[in-house]
Design a protein around this ligand. Structure first.
Ligand SMILES: Nc1ncnc2c1ncn2[C@@H]1O[C@H](COP(=O)(O)OP(=O)(O)OP(=O)(O)O)[C@@H](O)[C@H]1O
Length: 352
């Protein structure tokens, strides 16, 4: 496997006409890391990946691999492995020939090509499908061929653009485990684009949350999950209960009048001004002396119930619980102060 110490993007920008799809994008990736770019559709994830691969030419800034400037090189000279959402296999070539293709392009001797193809296919557990055509394989198997093709060239970096999006839920989970296993087994440095919070959390050493072509926050999955910097990142991390907030002394108030929810003992955001508040459904607990609410809706999800609670002033709070509740029931709930985040940024209703 080709090795390096670090890959650095320094103030990279990419403009399509007057539109900045990527702006002031700086990121350092160490060898062996698994880094996810996470964000909604159109935030610039694929653009960032394509700038790395060389499919897009950056407008300004630089990309360096150790001390070598690579943004000036064409894609084939960068030599990164790529895995796309739509597999991008040659339909008329066998699995063996698909995986061999990149090696043949690099003029690797035939005996070594055979060896490396077989090894790569064994790694993704497809050794017994080597002579099939892509059309004779399931979606999950085709994506494993694409992964084998990417790793067979032993690249310094593997770039994956939503590789699991076209698969059904069960296969997605299976292949997610497979990607994690491969990453550890091969020590692959991987940059992974996704809009799926669970994928990013389960796979990554580090997550980079993007918005409008810029980095909002980067950190370990635990940091982003437990301490998002702002409401935008929080929503991506599952803080489904988000509200505008009013401070009265040290108390945070959500809603109006006597039905307002009151939270005490919360940590203020840096700067000391709070405009919004958020917490996750799994941090809402039923309690005998909490905030009164009525159960407005219950969804059974197998392991738990997803419950829509309506407070006295009509505010809706989503709770995940293992306790059975019924529609119309009157309950009380609590959220531990250390599970509630106050943010400086203003509350905006979620799009869609
Ligand atoms: N060739 C292009 N010409 C003009 N604008 C483009 C082009 N390619 C992408 N864009 C715009 O750049 C922005 C970022 O696109 P990009 O594909 O990187 O987003 P993304 O986060 O990967 O989204 P998705 O998850 O939908 O693929 C979008 O607003 C998109 O419309």
């Amino acid at each position: 496997m080709a090795t390096f110490q670090s890959l650095q993007l320094d103030r990279v920008a990419l403009r399509f006409g007057g539109f900045k799809a990527l702006d002031d994008f700086s990121l350092t990736i160490k060898a062996g890391e698994f880094v996810s770019l996470l964000g909604p559709s159109g935030c610039g994830k694929s653009t960032a990946l394509n700038c790395l691969s060389g499919l897009l030419q950056i407008s300004s800034g630089s990309i360096t691999l150790d001390d070598k400037r690579i943004d000036v090189l064409p894609p084939e000279r960068r030599g990164f492995g790529m895995v796309f959402q739509n597999y991008a296999l040659f339909p008329h070539l066998s699995v063996r020939r698909n995986v061999a293709f990149g090696l043949e392009m690099r003029k690797v001797p035939k005996a070594e090509v055979d060896q490396r193809v077989e090894r790569a296919l064994a790694t993704v557990r497809l050794a017994n499908q080597i002579d099939k055509l892509p059309g004779q394989l399931s979606g999950g198997q085709q994506q494993r061929v694409a992964i084998a093709r990417a790793v067979a060239i032993e690249p310094p970096l593997v770039l994956m653009d939503e590789p699991l999006s076209n698969l059904d839920a069960k296969l997605r989970l299976e292949l997610r485990h497979e990607i994690k296993r491969l990453h550890h087994a091969l020590g692959l440095t991987t940059i992974y684009v996704t809009h799926d919070q669970d994928e990013a959390l389960s796979l990554s050493d580090r997550i980079v949350v993007m918005r409008d072509g810029r980095i909002q926050q980067q950190g370990t999955p635990e940091t982003l999950y437990n301490a998002p910097d702002n409401l935008y990142v929080a929503r991506f991390m599952g803080y489904r209960n988000a509200f505008p907030v009013r401070m009265e002394g040290r108390a945070a108030l959500v809603g109006e009048g006597i039905g307002a929810m009151r939270f005490d003992g919360l940590a203020m955001p840096p700067g000391g001004m709070a405009s919004s508040l958020a917490f996750r459904p799994d941090d809402v607990k039923l309690s005998n002396d909490g905030i009164p609410a009525e159960v407005a809706q219950v969804e059974y999800c197998g392991q738990l119930w997803l419950v829509d609670l309506r407070t006295a002033d009509g505010t809706h709070v989503t709770m995940e619980t293992h306790e059975r509740v019924t529609m119309g029931e009157r309950v009380q709930f609590r959220v531990a102060p250390d599970r509630i985040r106050l943010f400086a940024d203003a509350y905006v209703p979620e799009a869609g």
